[in-house]
Write a protein that binds this ligand. Structure first.
Ligand code: 16G
Length: 243
C-alpha cells in the first residue's frame, strides 16, 4: 500500500523515492484520468519540498505516465498499454497492467525451422522445431500477432499443452526452464493486409515489431517475432550511461 510507504533520508534521492510511490499509485489505486494528489498535499503527506514533488511528477509526465491540464492539475495517463523493457510474458505483462489477456492459437506445428530461427536456436536442419502462431488480445481487442519458434528436442509434448495460456509458465512449470535473458531487436512496420485484418487495424497501420531470442541458463529456447499495434502499445526503458 503506497500510503504506508514514506520518503526517507538516505542514498536514494527523494524525488526518485517519490516517483516510485506515485508510480505505485498510478499502477494501483488510481484509474486513468484520475487526478493525482495536489502538489501541496504531496508536500505535506511525504514531508518533502515542492522542488522534490515537481521533479518526481515532472519525470512521470515526461515518461507519459501522467499528464497535466493547465489550471486543473495532474492526471493519470493510460491511453496505451505500456511495457517495461524486461523479459515478461504477454500474459503476465497484461495482467500486471490491469488488462485481461486472451489468446487464439492460429497454428501449432512440429516442422523444420527456417534458417534464421535455426541459427538463433542453435539447431540444424535435421532438428525438429515447434512453430506456434498466436493472436494475443487485451480486454478482448487484438494487441499482437506472434510467431514463436522453439526447439522440439528439449520440450517433448509441448504442442499438447494449452497454448492459449502462457508459454513462459508452461516452460517453467512443465519443463523447469525459466527464461532469464534475451536479445531483442525492435523496428516499425506498416501492417500488411493479412495482419491488418487479424489485428483489426487499417492496412498499413503502424505496428511495433519485436524479434527476440530468449535463453534459459544460456541455452536458446525461443525465437519470437511479435507484431504489436502501435496505437495500443508502448515500451518504456530506463537508460544508464555506458561507462
Ligand atoms: C511477449 C513476448 C514474446 C513471448 C510472449 C510469451 C515481447 C515483445 N514479446 O509477447 O516474445 O513469447 O510474451 O507470452 O516481449 P506468454 O508466456 O503469455 O505465452
Amino acid at each position: 500500500d503506497p500510503r504506508e510507504v514514506n520518503v526517507v533520508d538516505g542514498p536514494v534521492p527523494k524525488h526518485r523515492q517519490l516517483r516510485q510511490i506515485l508510480l505505485a499509485m498510478v499502477e494501483g489505486e488510481l484509474v486513468p484520468d484520475a487526478p493525482i494528489p495536489s502538489e501541496r498535499e504531496l508536500v505535506t503527506r511525504f514531508g518533502v519540498s515542492r522542488a522534490t514533488v515537481r521533479e518526481a511528477v515532472g519525470r512521470l509526465v515526461a515518461e507519459g505516465r501522467l499528464y497535466r491540464v493547465r489550471g486543473k492539475g495532474t492526471f493519470v495517463a493510460a491511453p496505451k498499454v505500456e511495457s517495461q523493457m524486461h523479459l515478461a510474458s504477454f500474459t503476465e505483462d497484461m495482467r500486471r497492467r490491469g488488462h485481461k489477456p486472451s489468446t487464439v492459437v492460429l497454428g501449432a506445428d512440429e516442422t523444420v525451422a527456417p534458417p534464421p530461427a535455426r541459427a538463433a536456436l542453435g539447431i540444424d536442419v535435421t532438428d525438429r522445431a515447434f512453430r506456434v502462431e498466436r493472436l494475443r488480445s487485451a480486454d478482448g481487442a487484438p494487441m499482437a500477432h506472434e510467431v514463436s519458434w522453439l526447439p522440439a528436442a528439449p520440450l517433448p509434448g509441448m504442442l499438447e499443452r494449452d497454448l492459449t495460456s502462457s508459454i513462459y509458465s508452461i516452460l517453467a512449470h512443465d519443463y523447469g526452464r525459466v527464461l532469464d535473458s534475451a536479445a531483442q531487436t525492435v523496428w516499425a512496420e506498416g501492417a500488411d493486409p493479412l495482419r491488418a485484418r487479424l489485428l483489426r487495424v487499417p492496412p498499413a497501420a503502424p505496428l511495433l515489431v519485436f524479434r527476440k531470442t530468449s535463453y534459459a541458463a544460456g541455452r536458446p529456447l525461443e525465437h519470437v517475432t511479435s507484431w504489436y499495434r502501435a496505437d495500443r502499445y508502448q515500451v518504456h526503458m530506463t537508460l544508464d550511461s555506458a561507462l
